[in-house]
Write a protein that binds this ligand. Structure first.
Ligand SMILES: Cc1ncc(COP(=O)(O)O)c(C=O)c1O
Length: 387
């Protein structure tokens, strides 16, 4: 059976896939159909945060599957409630809505902001942001390439440059109800704002009666060394969204909000058949419990620093490299030329999976369980490919 031919024959041609047929994975490694192994420093785009087939997560999935998979939200189920309790404690927000993806979590956030602010429907987002591929979230996404061909877009979004407080302030109108930002822009090129940006945005929102929505779909769940990236800035959003790593490899999304904001959604205002699915939530619980019991947030910080230092030491003076940046295990190497895709292809040939964030940035989202030896190996391959 030729998977590449089957894909060509049967699947919507929306993805340009790498020529790699992945059959299995273990820890930081995946194996193709020929048995060749690859070091996975992309983790399914920030999903497999504890690596592939982590024993605790796998056991939780199997146990839950043998008990109950799905009920809908017409009834009460345990894993969803336990995961909600955990997320509320971690975020210090009060309520959770569960769905199935990052885009859906952001849809919930957008709807909630509109309902809460009744009439003040405008949401300010950032240029180069990424919030998903549904119609509302491509509109929220400040990148025309994702919007082209799908007009008319949703009304009510305005865009400002990231990390620019004055531009944000100038964009506020009497119709503005919320500001929606990523604490670090992921797809936009691993862009880290100034330390005071988020606290200033928080203050501006407070002063002007706006909701602050943080999209932590990529930065959340420990990726930056804290469970939520906003903890680095010592602020609290009104609404925060999660997905990706939250399900330990299974699909899940979550929108969390302060009590008074969440109260704007009344019975029947929002729903998702699969939201809070028992297996996804059991996997999510196992993920967070393992994160805590194995102190993986600390590990994420220390190994992230090690990785960043190695990248800087070995590549910063290379003529093709403009900048190297990151927080925790969300890192990027910005190039002087648009050759990130070519380098990523070469890395794949040499057994390393990494990604791009735009044409000039090589992106790394390794699992939190990587070792220094694996980081060294990844750097060896990367340096060869950049050269
Ligand atoms: C910051 C951010 N928001 C939203 C999304 C969309 O998530 P999903 O693909 O699960 O819909 C992504 C995906 O890359 C993301 O990085």
């Amino acid at each position: 059976m030729n998977w590449i031919e089957l894909e060509k024959g049967y699947i919507f041609q929306t993805y340009k896939r790498f020529p790699l047929e992945i059959e299995s994975g273990k820890g930081a490694w995946v194996f193709d159909r020929q048995g060749k192994k690859y070091l996975d420093f992309l983790t399914g785009i920030a999903v497999n945060a504890l690596g592939h087939c982590h024993p605790e997560i796998t056991a939780a999935i199997i146990e839950q599957c043998q008990k109950l998979c799905h009920t809908s939200n017409l009834y009460y189920t345990g894993p969803m409630l336990l995961l909600a309790e955990k997320l509320v404690k971690l975020s210090k927000l009060e309520r959770v809505f569960f769905c199935n993806s990052g885009a859906e979590a952001n849809e919930a956030a957008i709807k909630l902001a509109r309902k809460y602010q009744s009439g003040k429907y405008e949401i300010i987002t950032c240029q180069q942001s990424f919030h998903g591929r549904t119609l509302a979230t491509i509109t929220a996404t400040g990148q025309p390439k994702y919007q082209k061909g799908f007009e008319p877009l949703m009304p009510g979004f305005r865009y400002v440059p990231y990390n620019d407080l004055a531009a944000l302030e100038n964009a506020i109108t009497e119709k503005t109800g919320a500001v929606m930002v990523e604490p670090i822009q992921g797809e936009g090129g691993v862009v880290i704002p100034d330390n005071n940006y988020l606290p200033q945005v928080r203050k501006l929102c407070d002063d002007r009666g706006l909701l602050l929505i943080l999209d932590e779909v990529q930065t959340g769940c420990g990726r930056t060394g804290k469970f939520f990236c906003f903890e680095h800035s010592r602020i609290k959003p009104d609404i925060v969204t999660l997905a990706k790593a939250l399900g330990g490899g299974l699909p899940i999304g979550a929108c969390l909000a302060r009590e008074k904001v969440a109260a704007a959604f009344q019975f029947g205002d929002h729903a998702a058949t699969f939201g809070g699915n028992s297996v996804s939530c059991a996997a999510g619980l196992a993920f967070i419990q393992t994160l805590e019991s194995e102190k993986l947030l600390d590990k994420c910080r220390t190994i992230g620093e090690y990785f960043l230092n190695q990248l800087v030491r070995r590549l910063i003076s290379h003529p093709l490299v403009r900048d190297i940046r990151g927080l925790g295990l969300m890192l990027g190497v910005e190039l002087t030329e648009e050759v990130a895709g070519e380098i990523v292809n070469r890395c794949l040939e040499k057994g390393l999976l990494v990604g791009t964030a735009g044409p000039k940035v090589i992106r790394f989202l390794p699992p939190y369980i990587i070792t220094e030896a694996e980081v060294d190996l990844a750097c060896d391959i990367l340096v060869k490919c950049v050269n």
